[in-house]
Design a protein around this ligand. Structure first.
Ligand SMILES: [Zn+2]
Length: 210
């Protein structure tokens, strides 16, 4: 008994077709040879798909590596800038959070040069009434710092104030309150350095009555 294969159109012996109980004649429509070829094709597609997956995974890894390498070079050339950029926003929030939960690691306090209690007192709050909707604000903007020394100086406790988040958003760097500045200068261990930083950033203190 013979049967025509739907795939290769050849007429072949019925034994060259696999069994298929679902079919009327109990045989598959295509011959074993064609089925074998088809399976081969599926397998190669699967292999190719996996290969493609692997390729894009490697591409991602390589890109990640080159990004990391670029960052490493940047860090090497700008040892403190990276800290500034990375921490600009997080730093402040992290600090407020950690102050509230008493979880200061290294430290904010290292730069602040005072104890946590003293700092809270300086800000005019207590552990229980810290409002996390406020931002810890650098009175002289941290972006004015051009080296690590200035960075440290501007993180002294005297350069901090609490400010409502809304106000912080609208407050530009050129808009520093004179009273706040004089508070900094009156309490900072190196007021000359603060003055120098302000000068270097072409910032002139505007008196309220001028
Ligand atoms: Zn066939």
């Amino acid at each position: 008994m013979n049967k025509k294969c739907t795939k290769c159109k050849e007429i072949k012996d019925i034994d060259l077709f696999s069994n298929d109980k679902q079919r009327k004649d109990g045989k598959r429509p295509s011959c074993r040879f064609c089925a074998k070829n088809r399976n081969k094709l599926y397998r190669s597609i699967k292999v190719n798909l996996n290969r493609e997956k692997e390729r894009s995974r490697l591409y991602y890894l390589n890109r990640k590596k080159s990004i990391q390498a670029k960052r490493a070079i940047f860090r090497k050339n700008n040892p403190y800038k990276e800290v500034l950029i990375k921490n600009k926003d997080k730093y402040i929030k992290y600090k407020l959070h950690s102050l509230k939960n008493n979880k200061t690691k290294i430290d904010p306090l290292f730069y602040l040069m005072c104890s946590q209690d003293f700092f809270l007192d300086w800000l005019g709050v207590t552990n229980d009434n810290i409002n996390l909707n406020n931002d810890l604000d650098h009175i002289v903007p941290l972006s004015f710092a051009k080296n690590h020394c200035e960075f440290s100086a501007l993180n002294h406790y005297s350069n901090f104030q609490l400010i409502s988040r809304k106000k912080n958003r609208v407050k530009g760097n050129r808009n520093i309150n004179f009273q706040s500045i004089s508070k900094v200068l009156g309490n900072h261990p190196m007021p000359e350095l603060i003055n120098l930083i302000l000068e270097k950033n072409k910032f002139e203190i505007k008196f309220n009555n001028e």
